[in-house]
Design a protein around this ligand. Structure first.
Ligand SMILES: NC(=O)c1ccc[n+]([C@@H]2O[C@H](COP(=O)([O-])OP(=O)(O)OC[C@H]3O[C@@H](n4cnc5c(N)ncnc54)[C@H](OP(=O)(O)O)[C@@H]3O)[C@@H](O)[C@H]2O)c1
Length: 309
């Protein structure tokens, strides 16, 4: 196939592009500097010119709790613009296959665990990322709308927490796993004897290595054709304390890990139900330990060298 990857320079988009090339597909895509996806006219022109067989939407304004709560307009408005321009542009260019990426963090705050696909929109959202969630839900509904109104075989997926090379390691805006890698690395370099973790360390989280997600996306483009956004997860849960110990070991930090229970824990458990994607023959292949090691090596070769904050 000729596949256009929107967000090709990001963590997810770059992994999808690598996997797609490895599988023999022809891959297209531009950085945000080359093509601003909020520019509707340019997006329509780009898709009409390239006219790929498939479009994968891995471009979005993404970030942790801090970034979400301080930049609500960016997370709502920019994400709505990017995805709407791409989906409307794909329709105008008559693109056969589209895969839109949602996220497990847009399920209701108190969804049953493991979270089934049917839990979407059944309860109140997590307040801390509501603008992002509302935008993503609008994207899923637009995909559903194109299926219903225009008979398009477009699909959406709901990945769990992802990590891997090209993740965002900036402490101000990163997700928990890259933030812990960065913090333990800095503590090791500074010969610090303690790293403090927020909360009591008990919350359970699921993580998926981004190369596993990339394989899932390409499989879904070929095999999946349903209205519902399909979950993609590893099925492996780990507590924040155990994750911290694992990262400390991989990074080589030998000091103490302490807990600051005065900070909130967040949701006690977050795991997606992957029975649907399992039935299609997909499962994750990369263990958390191997994935963290690959991610840490990328961090050492890239962000750590330029002294990212
Ligand atoms: N990270 C996770 O844990 C996770 C979990 C579930 C779902 N997802 C979903 O996966 C997708 C990709 O996430 P990611 O983690 O790969 O994020 P990322 O590394 O920040 O990549 C996002 C990409 O979007 C591009 N982008 C943002 N604004 C743009 C604009 N105005 N014009 C053109 N490009 C723009 C960026 O381009 P440049 O780099 O060129 O600026 C970047 O390549 C998102 O839809 C996200 O919701 C992520």
């Amino acid at each position: 196939m000729r596949i256009y990857v929107a967000g090709i320079k990001g963590m997810v988009g770059s992994a999808i592009a690598l996997e797609a090339k490895a599988q023999g597909h022809e891959v297209f895509g531009k950085s945000s500097k080359e093509l601003d996806l909020t520019d509707r006219v340019q997006v329509f022109a780009e898709l009409a010119t390239i006219k790929p067989d498939a479009l994968i939407i891995a471009a979005a304004k993404v970030g942790g709790i801090g970034a979400n709560s301080s930049l609500p307009v960016d997370f709502l408005s920019i994400n709505l613009q990017i995805q709407t321009n791409l989906l409307d542009g794909a329709f105008a260019a008559d693109i056969t296959k589209v895969l839109f990426l949602g996220s497990s963090c847009i399920y209701p705050r108190l969804a049953p665990q493991p979270i089934p696909e049917s839990a979407l929109l059944t309860g109140e959202l997590e307040k801390s990322n509501e603008p992002y969630a509302i935008a993503k839900i609008a994207g899923l509904k637009l995909v559903e709308g194109y299926r219903k109104q225009f008979g398009r075989h477009w699909i959406s997926a709901m990945p769990t927490n992802l990590y891997g090379p090209r993740d965002n390691f900036e402490l101000e805006s990163s997700h928990v796993l890259p933030a812990l890698i960065h913090r333990f690395h800095s503590a090791k370099i500074a010969n610090a004897n303690e790293v403090q973790i927020w909360g009591d360390g008990t919350p359970l989280r699921e993580f998926l290595f981004v190369e596993d997600l990339a394989r899932a996306c390409l499989m879904l483009l070929e095999k999946y054709d349903e209205n519902i956004a399909i979950n993609v997860g590893s099925g492996d849960e780990i507590s924040i304390l155990e994750l911290s110990k694992l990262i400390a070991r991989i990074v080589g930090f030998q000091g103490q890990i302490t807990l600051d229970s005065s900070h909130p824990n967040g949701t006690p458990r977050k795991l997606v139900d992957c029975s649907k994607i399992s039935k299609l023959g997909w499962s994750s292949l990369v263990s958390l330990e191997d994935g963290i090691l690959k991610t840490y090596n990328w961090f050492l070769e890239n962000d750590a060298k330029v002294g990212i904050k």
